[in-house]
Write a protein of this length. Structure first.
Length: 259
C-alpha cells in the first residue's frame, strides 16, 4: 500500500558534462510503519533517458516494474512465471481521474528555510501537504504530509529532471496498479507529490511522510486503521554508469499479458 513507484534521490560519483545524458543507478532504503508493523526494504532504480526500471524488495517479496514513457506503457515482470503484464499509461491515469479528479486535490509545498548536507550534497527542506477527497462532499480525505530534502544543483540533476519532465507530461501514475479505492487514493497523492517535486527542478534526497485519514465517524476510524502510518525513503548509493538496454525490455520468451 505504501510503495512509492518512483526514485527519491540522486547523488553521483562524478560529473556529467553539460548537454550530455548519463545512465543513472540509484539504491535507496525504505522504512515503513503501519500500526504496530514495521517494514524495511530496498529500492533500486535504473534510469536511461526516458525509461526507468524499478526493483523493490520489501517484506521478503521482490517486484520489478518497467516504465516506458515514450511507449506509453508500464510493465510488471513476474520472473517465477516468466510473464510480463503490460498496462497502458493513458488508460490508467484516466481511471484514476474518474475516481479522484486532480482538480479536487489540494497540494501545498513550501521551503521551510532549513538546509543540510546529505551524502555530500546541500539540500533544502520543503514541507508538503496533500489532501485527496474520498467522498463527494470532501468530508473524508486521505492526507499525505511531510518533508522532502531537495538538492537543486546536484550532479546528475539534469538527467533526473529530463525523465521526470517526460513522466509528468505523459501523466504517469505512481502507485499500486489496483482499482481498490484506498490504493487509488494513495496513488493519486503520490502522483501529485512527485509532480510537485518535479516542478522544483531538483532532486529529493530524503522524503519523510505521514499518511492518515481526515474525517469523523466510524468509516474514518476504519480507514485510519488501514492507512495511517509513516514512510522514510533515503538514498544510500548512486552511480552514473552505462546501463544495458536489456534491463528495460521484456526478456525473450516471456508471455505477455495486457491488463
Amino acid at each position: 500500500m505504501f510503495r512509492i513507484c518512483s526514485s527519491a534521490a540522486l547523488v553521483v560519483m562524478f560529473f556529467t558534462p553539460a548537454g550530455l545524458t548519463a545512465d543513472v543507478l540509484i539504491t535507496e532504503t525504505t522504512h515503513v510503519t503501519v500500526g504496530r508493523r514495521t517494514i524495511d526494504g530496498v529500492r533500486t532504480t535504473y534510469i536511461k533517458g526516458a525509461q526507468m526500471r524499478l526493483e523493490v524488495v520489501q517484506a521478503g517479496e521482490a517486484t520489478t516494474t518497467l516504465y516506458d514513457v515514450p511507449g506509453g506503457t508500464t510493465i510488471t515482470l513476474d520472473p517465477k512465471k516468466k510473464r510480463a503484464e503490460l498496462r497502458d499509461i493513458s488508460a490508467r491515469i484516466a481511471e484514476l481521474e474518474r475516481q479522484y479528479p486532480r482538480e479536487r486535490v489540494m497540494v501545498t509545498i513550501a521551503f521551510t528555510g532549513a538546509t543540510k548536507e546529505l551524502i555530500g550534497a546541500p539540500c533544502d527542506e520543503h514541507a508538503f501537504r496533500i489532501r485527496v477527497p474520498m467522498t463527494r462532499d470532501g468530508s473524508l480525505a486521505l492526507m499525505m504530509t511531510g518533508s522532502a530534502w531537495v538538492a537543486k544543483d546536484a550532479p546528475g540533476a539534469d538527467d533526473y529532471a529530463r525523465f521526470a519532465k517526460g513522466a509528468i507530461e505523459r501523466q504517469v501514475a505512481l502507485g499500486p496498479a489496483s482499482r481498490n479505492m484506498i490504493l487509488q487514493a494513495i496513488t493519486r497523492a503520490q502522483t501529485e507529490l512527485y509532480r510537485t517535486l518535479g516542478g522544483l527542478r531538483g532532486i529529493p534526497y530524503l522524503i519523510d511522510m505521514t499518511l492518515n485519514v481526515d474525517g469523523h465517524g466510524i468509516l474514518a476510524g476504519m480507514l485510519n486503521k488501514l492507512v495511517s502510518g509513516t514512510r522514510t525513503s533515503a538514498v544510500t548509493k548512486v552511480a552514473l554508469e552505462p546501463l544495458s538496454d536489456a534491463l528495460f525490455v521484456i526478456p525473450d520468451g516471456w508471455k505477455r499479458e495486457k491488463k
